[in-house]
Structures are given as structure tokens and as C-alpha cells.
Design a binder for this molecule. Sequence first.
Ligand SMILES: [Zn+2]
Length: 475
Amino acid sequence: MSEKIKAGIEIHQQLDTNKLFCSCPSILKQDKPDKVIRRKIKAVAGESGKVDVAAYHEELKDKTFIYEFYKDVSCLVELDEEPPHEINKDALIIALQLALIFKSRIFPAVQVMRKTIINGSCVSGFQRTALVAEDGFFEIELEGKKKKIGIQSITLEEDAAREIRRDKSSVTFRLDRLGIPLVEIVTKPDITTPKEAKIAALKIGEILRACKVKRGIGTIRQDLNISTPKHPRVEIKGVQEPYLFEKVLEYEAKRQAKSKEGKPEVRKANEDGTTSFLRPLPGSARMYPETDVPLIYTKSYVDEAKKNIPKLHETIKLELKEKGMNPEMIKLILKERKLQEFKSLLKAYNKPDLVVKFLILWPKEIASHEKIKIQEIEKKLPLDILESLLEKTRKKEIQESQAKQLMLEIIKGKSIEQALKTESIDPRDLEAFVQEIVASKPGLSLNAYMGLVMKHFKGKVNPAEASEILKKYTK
Ligand SMILES: [Zn+2]
């Protein structure tokens, strides 16, 4: 790599809250829409009097926009027939937490703006966006050396509708995604090598995942900005994987070095690491204030955000490791995002292995064995129930081996007390079974018999009692 590059990363991440300017849930739909609405959008001049280049580029295509509406995840706000509600506080707090983690300067007051989006993906013709903080940094480590990467801005904005279909005269959008809160993180152009770009993208990803963000395909969108000495800035959209940051930068630096006429433009990242032209880079006449949403004074929200700043996974892993927990278990807790619950259950019984069984492993086993959705199980086994079960186990009121069966009974609708009652096995049944196995499988060890008894009664018997009876018949 000989070309001198200056690059920055731009990441859009969906937050795991309701929508940003109404109380619709942030859920994507696959079934048939309740309504279909057709609209046309015309480019209008922004406050500066200029119509944006990018806006023209789109408008020339003269398309009809078709919107698929779902009443359980969209309302009149998405249809632009009702003004936006107050900004979603949960989303604002997550954005502020990120601003704090990135040590950036949070604005005392935040003004929601309208950004012109004329491609149809926003019904109103604009996207609401609020600059929350600027001028922060984070550190990456490369070959043992630390390097600071600056953060230019942290913005909270609403996602656009998603494109479903496109033909010569129309584009169809689904309104489910419109309004889902996104945090946009833009770094300064401090990245100078492809490898740095990859490591920086991974690091930002790790920080985001420590916060309450959506997970999975389509919940994060990553772009790259790159310029080289003889070429102005090019924006590259949709770099899917962190390892592609490296490839795309390498390719783009070479392409820019060879390019005869360098124009600022927007390109698209292809899966093989090459890039292709999308459209000219939008001009600057794109923003005007959203007068339907009042100015947001951030002080009280910053105080709120500070109370519960998420820790990075690396920090948590280190802390748990120091407490003597095994790495596999730590990984599982973090993957399932159960750290808060895990910590709170440890207070009931300070036995990490067992807490992981109660909290994660057994519910999963029950889910797959009984074909019940894990969400259903989690609803029926809230934290206080798990806490109470763990406490009873600690006090030896329940045997560890009984606990999973008890959980199942509770999931099926019983209270803890009812479940405990049905758990006691009639001693006569126990004795009859012991007689039977000792007769049919003579000469086994006491432990082996015990195993068979536990298996037969699904762990519901009191081991002391069973051992007493076993001794009676094996001697
Ligand atoms: Zn809504």
C-alpha cells in the first residue's frame, strides 16, 4: 500500500427501543400489509433557496412511491399525517451513553432537524435527525501501539422505510422500519491504513453492542469516507463486514490513484471489496429545523445516562475472570445479554455455574424439549421467580436435581408452592421402584442405583430418603 489515504468511518446502528417520534414498536414485518398508500414527492427548495443536487438526481426519475402500512407497527406519524411526538427518552439516553463512552462534547440543547430525503424512503420527504455530541475519541491497538481515533459527531436519527420492490415507474417501501431510532457515529478522517479501518470498525462495534442496540442482519449499516492526495472525498456505502473495510480501502485507494477525473461521489461497497458508482455526493442545502419538536435540554438526561453507563465486554470479561469464572460461561452470558440478570441472581445464591443453569441453560433445554418459545419461558420465569428458586436451592429446600422439573411446572402455569407440592413423591412408590431395580439389576453400586432412581423420578426424590431405602435393599 503506497497511496496516502485519509479515511473515516460512519456507522448507523438501530437502537433497541420503540420508535423515535411515536410509540410504535420497532419491529419488522413479513406478512401482508393492512393498507397500501401511493404518493409522489416533489423536490422543493431548502431554506437557502437551492434545490439539492442529490434531490434533483432522484426527482428526474419521476417515480410513484408505494407504501406498505402495518397498523401494529406504524401510525399516522409514519404516514406524515400527524406531527411527531416527543423524542423517545430511552433512545436519547442510549445516544448520550455512547457520547459519554466516546468522551465527546454533549450539547446543552439539542435541536431536531429535517434532512431532505427525496428518494421516497421518508414519506414526509425528510428524515428527522438530532446532533447530540461532537469531538470525542476512542483508542485502537495496532501491533502493540495505541492510536486515538477522533469522533466527529454522534447523532440520533430516525431510520427510513425499507425498499421492497422497484420497477420502471414505481418504488415500493415498507413503513415498518420508518422511525426506528438510529445512532449515527462518524469518526474523524484519522484512519491512514486499511488495517486501522478494520480494527476501528471492530472497536466501534464492540462499544455499540455494550449498549442497548438491535442485533442481527440489517440493524447496522457501515460506510467509509476516503480521500487520497489527488482525489476528493468519496463516500462508500454498505461495507458489510469489518474485514471488508480493509479490502474496500485498498481497492478504493488504488482506484482513486488511477482515476483521471476525481469527483466527489457516493459509491457502493461490493461483496468482493470493489466499489461501484451510486450517485454524486449530496450538497449541503439539506437541513432545516423541525419546528414540531421542541428544543431538548440535555442536562437531566445526561445525569440519567451517567447512572448506568454500559461497560465494554472486554472489561466485563476481565472482571468475571478475576472472580474465577470460566471463559465459556462468561461468553455465554454476554452472548445472551444476561449480565444484569446474572449479577442480580448471584445475590440469591453465589454459585455462578448454577445461576447460569437457572438463567440460560435450563430455559433453553426446556424450550427445545417442550417446543415452547424462549420468550414465553422468560415471561413465565421472571427474575423474582428464579431468585426464589435459587434461594430455596441454597437453603436445601429444593435439590439442585429437582429445580429444572420445578421450572417446567411453573412454566406450565403452577405457582412455586403448587409446583413444590407435586414434587414430593410417595415414599411407597419410591420403595417399590427400589425393590424392582435391585431385583432386575443385581450387583450395581449404590451410586449407580441412585442414578437410576433419580432418572426414573426425574430428580423429584429426596436423595437422603432414597439412599436410606437403597441401603435397606442392597445389604
Ligand atoms: Zn408510529
